[in-house]
Every structure is written in C-alpha cells, then in structure tokens.
Design a protein. Structure first.
Length: 330
C-alpha cells in the first residue's frame, strides 16, 4: 500500500473526532497544560492522545519547547484539517438546529471598512427581500482578524479590500469593483479652505491611518515618499469609522480613506476632500471564501446579492465596476 493511501486510511478510519478536537485545542492554546484545562482533562491524558496521533501518522505534530508547543510543518497541515472538520460540524449543527426550528440557517460575514457604508447594507437588503429566515452575523475588523476567522471556518465570507494572501492557496478572491483612495480632513480644519493646497501643507498634520498590515497603508507610504514628506510625527492607527470621523472633526488631522467610506460625510459637509491626488490606482474590493469548506445555500445566495449590489451601486457588470471619486472642485 502506498504512503498516500496509508494516510488516507488512517485519516478516514483510524483517527477519532475527539483526537482532532484535542489537537485543535492544543494548537489554539499553545501549551498542553492550557489545553487540558480548557478541555477539563488531565495533562497526561492530553499528552497521551497527541502521542497516539503522532504514532498513527508516523510524524511529529509539535515541537516541544520550554514555553509550550509549536506545530511542525506536518502538524500545521493536520491542524488545518482538524479545524476544517470542527468547523463543518459546527456548521452542520447550526443548519440542523435552524431546520428543526423552521429557520434558514446561520451565515457569518466578515467585512472590511470599505464595504460597510454602502455595499454590504445594500446586499443585505436584497438578501432579506428574498429570504427572511436566515440569521446573519457581521464581523468587522482588520486583515488578521477576518482572515483568521475565514481560515478557521468561523467566517463564511469576507467582503472588502482584496489583499495579498501569501501562501493561503485555499482562499479564493473574486473582485467586484475598484475603489479609489482620497485624502480628507474635517471641514473646520484650515486646510479645508486653503487655496492653493500642496502636499507640503500636510507636514504639521496628524495622520489617521489603518494598521501597518493594511493594503491601504502602501498607497499612503508611497504618497509620503513621492512628495518628500517625512513620516508623520503623530499617527493614530484605527479602522473605526466613528472614531476617524470624530478625530477629523476635532483634531488638525488628515486621513486617506476609500471614497465610499467618506462620500456621505463629504456631501453633508462634515468632511472635506482635499484637492491632492494620492497618485495610486484604485484598489480592488471583492469577496473572499475558503475553498476548504462547502458554501451553504445562504452563503451562495449572499454572494449573488453582493454581486447584484455592486452592479446596482456602481452601474456596471459585477467584477468590472470602477467607482469614480469626484475631484474636490466638482
């Protein structure tokens, strides 16, 4: 029997669900002792189960250190399999519970800031006009939080700015439209009325920026470098729209934000778009899914609604739309 067939037989006939649950717990907790506490088991029992798995697979799953355990390369793949199984069982439980009570299941959507003002609300409206039985949870946050949830199966769909996924080949990204980045400030900021305004006028401003790992951080850094501006002395890192809005209204600050996020505030006179082009192409906004998991009917329906919302809001075919931010003078 080949090694590949042997591993398939081990995974499908010899490994038990409780072993995978325990493996996931050790990986999540980082130490055997914390995993044992979380599972209400003894530490020797947890260690014994890990050794049983390693003996079955004939590969070490963790490297033991003084600070805990670190998955080996082989172990990381088995842990991903364990998380997939655990997530699928949780999904099955949610769907079966919903069916028992006459509901349409549960859907969890992760959303970056760019999709929250218009795209996601419109897609949700379309969805519930057709299906009012599903229970939907929306989780917002940064790249690390949302991708971790997508990888673990805790989030079904992530919508927002598309980003470099590294070696996560099992994540599929589909673009919906392209979103420009604009420079804005509070309407009470003296910069809002300065004419002409040049990049050097931004020297004394505080900057509100996304976190360093955000895809939007690159256009900001390149803009500062191109204009010969030093790194701002005061930087506030956040993706909270209410906080950004309040800071811009109260502080001598500027921010580079997606047009859709600030469009309504600009039209209402709360914020002002500065007449300085950041000089970076519009960035793709789209849908990310995890190929490891089978999409539920609700997830498939929501993806269709997101495409329809993008086409409706941006007056173009899904996947090809480009949002045009008006110039400050228009």
């Amino acid at each position: 029997m080949s090694a590949d067939r042997s591993i398939e037989r081990i995974l499908t006939t010899q490994i038990k669900l409780r072993q995978l649950v325990l493996l996931k717990a050790v990986a999540d907790c980082g130490t055997v002792s914390r995993a044992a506490e979380a599972l209400h088991m003894s530490q020797p029992a947890v260690s014994k189960t890990i050794h049983e798995l390693e003996a079955l697979l004939e590969e070490p799953l963790f490297e033991r250190t003084s600070k805990g355990v670190t998955p080996t390369v082989f172990g990381r793949h088995v842990i991903r399999y364990a998380r997939s199984v655990h997530a699928e069982l949780r999904r099955a439980a949610d769907e079966l519970t919903a069916l028992r009570h006459g509901g349409g299941g549960k859907l969890t959507i992760g959303s970056y800031m760019v999709a929250l003002p218009q795209l996601l609300p419109r897609a949700l409206s379309i969805f519930f006009d057709r299906d009012d039985t599903a229970r939907i949870t929306v989780v917002d946050g940064n790249k690390e939080k949302l991708l971790a949830g997508l990888v673990a199966g805790e989030i079904d769909i992530v919508v927002g700015r598309m980003t470099d996924l590294g070696d996560m080949e099992w994540i599929t990204q589909v673009p919906l439209y392209f979103e420009p980045i604009v420079l804005v400030t509070g309407s009470q900021n003296p910069l809002a009325k300065r004419d002409p305004l040049v990049a050097a006028d931004l020297l004394d401003q505080e900057w509100i920026m996304p976190h360093a790992t955000s895809v939007v951080r690159t256009p900001i850094n390149l803009f500062l470098m191109r204009e010969g501006l030093p790194r701002p002395r005061r930087i506030i890192e956040t993706v909270s729209v209410p906080l950004i809005r309040s800071l811009l209204a109260q502080r001598p600050a500027v921010a580079a934000l997606p047009w859709q996020v600030v469009q309504a505030d600009i039209q209402q006179g709360l914020l002002t778009q500065l007449p300085i082009d950041i000089g970076y192409p519009a960035l793709p906004v789209g849908i990310s899914t995890n190929d490891t998991f089978k999409l539920s009917d609700a997830a498939i329906s929501m993806i269709a609604c997101l495409r329809e919302a993008a086409a409706e809001l941006y007056h173009a075919a899904p996947g090809a739309a480009r949002v045009q931010a008006p110039t400050a003078a228009s």
